[in-house]
Design a protein around this ligand. Structure first.
Ligand SMILES: C[S@@+](CC[C@H](N)C(=O)[O-])C[C@H]1O[C@@H](n2cnc3c(N)ncnc32)[C@H](O)[C@@H]1O
Length: 337
């Protein structure tokens, strides 16, 4: 490759990173984290920061990973100029941490969005979570739920639960009267996180966006429950190891594979393979993932829904509605299960 050609490639990469941080600022952080919006914009305009990120593999350049690492080291992310200065002074450390760590945000509030879809399936259920992190979403029957909306004030779940998740709803959501019965459950993750490990707990907190204090409280509470209950999360790859795990489900239960905020980690072809695998296993599939994961799902989303901020909630291949990515709100489409 010529020197000019090589320069061109590097410029392409830094331009892609710049656009990724701008997109994160405008579509993901805007309106929900002013701190991360400003910080992502500052990174997108800082040539040395972009050059540093270009030295990482593409999958390791995520804003959430960089910002989580900064917070792990106590960097003032609400002061972008200071945060960038620290980053430049500590570049080898930042790069090492970003190579070693993963964005495994385990958002228990997503259970409130998964629940109406789970309750639509006749149980008892055998639940397998693909990309389970510390397994908090596998424990959806441990939490109490409070759904609120226009004329809606609905509680469900154990009255003595350690944690109540509040979710604002709109549209004809089929809110369950009872939590579905779970006969068996297991998760799969490339890197299962032990909820009893202090470093894991701290890292999961650092992955929560700065202004989202209620999410930190919920995470701590859910991790304490998980530490006690110990949901089973096996190390393995969704593509290679899922069938064996699903086949371990006892007879007489309805197998359902759930996945939330996971498909972004798979390429287009692997997402299709994953979907085919679940079909071939005869299991239901409930997804709470980027609407862009499957083109025909994205096409069904109402035009005014921002796919950068909202996830699609699907049962098998049917779009049921869409939800704020961290589970705070759920909109159900008309005429859905
Ligand atoms: C953003 S976290 C979401 C965790 C959880 N589902 C939730 O919604 O809170 C995505 C998880 O998927 C896992 N993951 C990504 N690709 C995977 C793969 N090919 N096989 C297994 N797990 C994977 C990651 O390690 C990470 O823990």
């Amino acid at each position: 490759m010529t020197a000019a050609g090589h320069r061109h490639t590097i410029n392409d990469v830094t331009q892609q990173i710049r656009e990724r941080y701008e997109r994160f600022a405008r579509t993901e952080a805007h309106g929900t984290s002013a701190v991360y919006e400003d910080l992502a914009m500052a990174v997108s305009r800082d040539e040395p920061a972009l050059a540093m990120l270009a030295r990482l593999p593409a999958a390791k350049r995520q804003p959430n990973l960089l910002f989580g690492v900064l917070r792990l080291h106590g960097v003032p992310v609400d002061r972008p100029a200071d945060a960038l200065a620290w980053m430049h002074e500590n570049e080898p450390l930042v790069l090492d941490e970003m190579r070693a760590r993963r964005t495994q945000t385990n958002e228990v509030a997503r259970c409130a969005v998964l629940l109406p879809a789970l309750a639509a399936i006749e149980g008892p259920l055998a639940v397998v979570e693909a990309g389970a992190s510390a397994g908090l979403c596998l424990l959806f029957d441990a939490w109490r739920y409070h759904y609120v909306g226009d004329g809606i004030d609905h509680h469900v779940g154990p009255a003595d639960a350690d944690l109540t998740l509040t979710c604002s709803v709109e549209g004809p959501v089929p809110l369950p009267e009872r939590i579905p019965e779970v006969g068996w459950r297991a998760g799969l993750d490339l890197n299962p996180l032990d909820p009893g490990d202090a470093d894991n707990r701290r890292w999961l907190e650092c992955l929560i966006w700065p202004e989202h204090d209620h999410r930190v409280r919920d995470l701590r509470s859910a991790l304490a429950t998980a530490q006690r209950v110990r949901p089973r999360v096996e190390p393995g790859d969704i593509l290679g190891d899922l069938p064996d795990l699903v086949r371990q489900a006892p007879d007489g239960l309805t197998p359902v594979v759930i996945h939330s905020a996971t498909l972004a980690y798979l390429g287009k072809r692997d997402r299709e393979r994953f979907r085919e695998q679940v079909r071939a296993l005869g299991a239901h599939r409930i997804g709470l993932d980027s609407a862009n994961a499957f083109p025909e799902v994205a096409e069904q989303l109402p035009a005014d829904v921002n796919p950068g901020r909202h996830y699609a909630i699907t049962l098998d291949d049917r779009l049921l509605g869409y939800a704020e990515g961290h589970g705070g709100s759920l909109s159900w489409l008309p005429d859905r299960a």
